[in-house]
Ligand binder design. Structure first.
Ligand code: GLU
Length: 471
């Protein structure tokens, strides 16, 4: 190709952006970024009854969350009817299209008969040579070649020849004057200079029709790359049965967009056996040659593991921006800054999602700790009172509050009472967090700081003593 690649993503706004659509968008976007080409966004909203503004908004929101930016658009097909008209007229003028007045009943009868014969329903060409003028209720049909083959050159699947006798004079303009999908797509792709079309192979049956339109219009046929579908673990086409389908549902479940991007791209494209890719690496390495010919199988566990890996690989600062909304969702008002970054440092290796991380971070932000009942019962017991008191007073006296100064304090108390770290760590953990699972004791103490630790330990001491009195 002499020119820079120009790709496009043309969603139909009749729902949210689902995983398969997002992957198609990513392939087109990555190919444009990799080749320093251009990426065009186009909203295919000609079907007024199914298109909603809400869907447009949610698709754009999902693309933005994924970090897919576009160089042109969004164009809206519904605002381009004039352009389609012009091209339809051009096809009529050149003899490549004609008006057809066949009644819906006759066409339906033909369809039924074909089905009964077990054949494909095809228009029989009744109006093809009639030279009809425009009239109320007439449709416009493309005058397709009657013999020979139409070749689709596909960058993934190689050359695919379609027998023209299998194709028919398809409608390009409905009786209400609106263009059909195949016409609008081709006109858009021509006028937007799209030269590389990467899309799901569910569109492969449309491609020969589109190729015929390009040829009739005397325009260069773009490169096609038809990508196999995404399947669920049971090898049927990915659907709601397999879990959440919308991209933004994954955002809400606490996924990092880079993990989502990485996972979706790997679901159909490979670079050796590398699984983890940063966004920049994907841009650097993505190509069409390594898109597989077999369908990708969606595996939520794999996505989750990859998410954990991306979380681990990010800076605390970068993670903070993602975590903050999840903290506010559980009522924690956290500002980006040293405290939050330190909190994240203790959690990033143990959280698979931001939902998990926010939940695990909660104790860092509470005024007073609420104990899990079972945890308190098991670990906040009278036998631990003296060691806890000694640790508390020793901690209060230390100036520097870090792992090096904390360890000997614990060691001294443990030696004196002949306790192992486990015996003291769990009660400390419950005292400081209310739970039995938390980051490492010393890391956590260091982040919480002297005042919070001392006050939480005193609360725990008081709690044990009050229970002693009750008992
Ligand atoms: N609007 C079509 C869809 O959402 C895409 C058509 C195309 O890629 O050519 O399936």
């Amino acid at each position: 190709m002499d020119n820079e690649p120009i790709t496009r993503f043309p969603p139909s706004p009749s729902g949210y952006l689902h995983l398969g659509g997002a992957r198609t968008a990513l392939f087109n976007w990555l190919y444009a970024r990799h080749t320093r080409g251009r990426f065009v966004l186009r909203v295919e909203d000609t079907d007024v009854s199914r298109s909603t503004q809400e869907s447009v908004d949610s698709i754009l929101e999902a693309l933005e969350w994924l970090g897919i930016d576009w160089d042109e658009g969004p164009y809206f097909q519904s605002r381009r009817f004039d352009v389609y008209k012009e091209y339809i007229n051009r096809l009529l003028a050149s003899g490549n299209a004609y008006y057809c007045t066949c009644s819906a009943e006759r066409l339906e009868r033909m369809r039924q008969e074909a089905m009964q014969r077990g054949g494909k329903p095809k228009y029989d060409g009744t109006c093809r040579e009639k030279g009809l003028e425009r009239s109320e209720g007439a449709v416009v049909r493309f005058k397709a070649p009657l013999s020979g083959t139409t070749l689709v050159k596909d960058r993934i699947r190689g050359n695919i020849a379609f027998d023209n006798t299998e194709l028919d004079d398809f409608i390009i303009q409905r009786s209400d004057g609106t263009p059909t999908y195949n016409l609008a797509v081709v006109v858009d792709d021509i006028t937007m200079s799209i030269n590389t079309i990467i899309r799901g192979d569910d569109h492969l049956n449309n491609t020969p029709k589109q190729v015929q339109l390009y040829e009739a219009l005397g325009c260069e046929v773009p490169d096609f790359a038809h990508v196999p579908m995404v399947l669920g673990p049971d090898k049927t086409r990915l659907s709601k049965r397999h879990g959440a389908m919308s991209v933004t549902a994954y955002r809400d479940m606490g996924y990092h967009p880079d993990a989502m991007v990485n996972y979706l791209v790997r679901l159909g494209w490979s670079h050796g056996d590398q699984e983890f890719f940063t966004r920049d690496e994907l841009i650097e390495k993505f190509n069409l040659e390594h898109i597989g010919r077999s369908a990708g199988v969606f595996d939520q566990e794999k996505l989750l593991a990859l998410n954990a890996e991306h979380i681990r690989a990010k800076s605390n600062d970068a993670l903070a921006a993602h975590l903050i909304p999840f903290l506010s969702a559980i009522g924690i008002d956290a500002a980006p800054g040293t405290y939050l970054f330190n909190v994240i440092e203790t959690l990033k290796n143990r959280s698979k999602t931001f939902v998990e991380m926010a939940d695990a971070a909660e104790f860092y932000y509470v005024e007073t700790v609420t104990y899990e009942e079972k945890a308190a019962k098991k670990f906040l017991k009278p036998g631990i009172l003296n060691p806890l008191k000694e640790i508390t007073s020793a901690l209060e006296k230390t100036e520097t509050f870090n792992q090096e100064t904390l360890e000997p304090i614990f060691q001294r108390v443990m030696d004196k009472h002949e306790l192992k770290l486990g015996k003291i760590a769990q009660p400390m953990r419950v005292a400081l967090t209310g739970r039995t699972v938390s980051p490492g004791i010393f890391e956590m103490i260091e982040v919480l700081g002297k005042a919070a630790v001392a006050s939480r330990l005193k609360d725990a001491i008081e709690y044990i003593e009050s229970r002693q009195m009750d008992g």
